[in-house]
Design a protein around this ligand. Structure first.
Ligand code: SF4
Length: 144
């Protein structure tokens, strides 16, 4: 515990030894007001296509389609511009009522990246498969 200046008053708080911080995230997930203190690496990733619903296709995880956008509060201009662009390309090309993940799977993720103009890098490759993926029933969808 230490005293810090807050609104002109000295208040009890904690101080982080920045040289010992390994960015594990335990503190700021418990205390969202705590700023993430890595000024250089602080950024935002965009994930799309995930869904919980069983409608039409099985539930699926989102995929990372943009690995890093700088954190630019309070209006996040790069982030909002990128999201707006993704949504506009999706809405102009998907079928009516087709969800983004279903659209991307129908046209192929390669086409998704071509159409949106987003850069595909090896950091975005998602080849993780738990063995349960092939053996467990994961949805209420049936094929007779
Ligand atoms: S992120 Fe927070 S809890 Fe984790 S090492 Fe850094 S200061 Fe400690």
């Amino acid at each position: 515990p230490t005293k810090v200046e807050y609104n002109g008053n000295k208040v009890n708080s904690i101080a982080i030894k920045e040289d010992r911080c390994m960015y594990c995230g335990n503190c700021y997930t418990m205390c969202p007001a705590l700023p993430i203190s890595d000024g250089e690496g602080d950024g935002v990733a965009i994930m799309v296509g995930g869904k919980v619903s069983n409608r039409i296709s099985m539930p699926k995880f989102s995929k990372v389609v943009v690995g890093y956008i700088p954190n630019e509060p309070p209006r996040w201009p790069t982030l909002t511009k990128t999201i707006k662009h993704i949504v506009e390309v999706y809405s102009a090309n998907a079928n009516k009522y087709e969800r983004l993940g279903d659209w991307a799977e129908r046209i192929g993720w390669e086409s998704f990246f071509k159409m949106t103009g987003l850069e595909f890098t090896h950091h975005l490759i998602d080849d993780f498969r738990d063995p349960a993926y092939y053996t467990w029933r994961q949805s209420t969808q049936f094929k007779f």
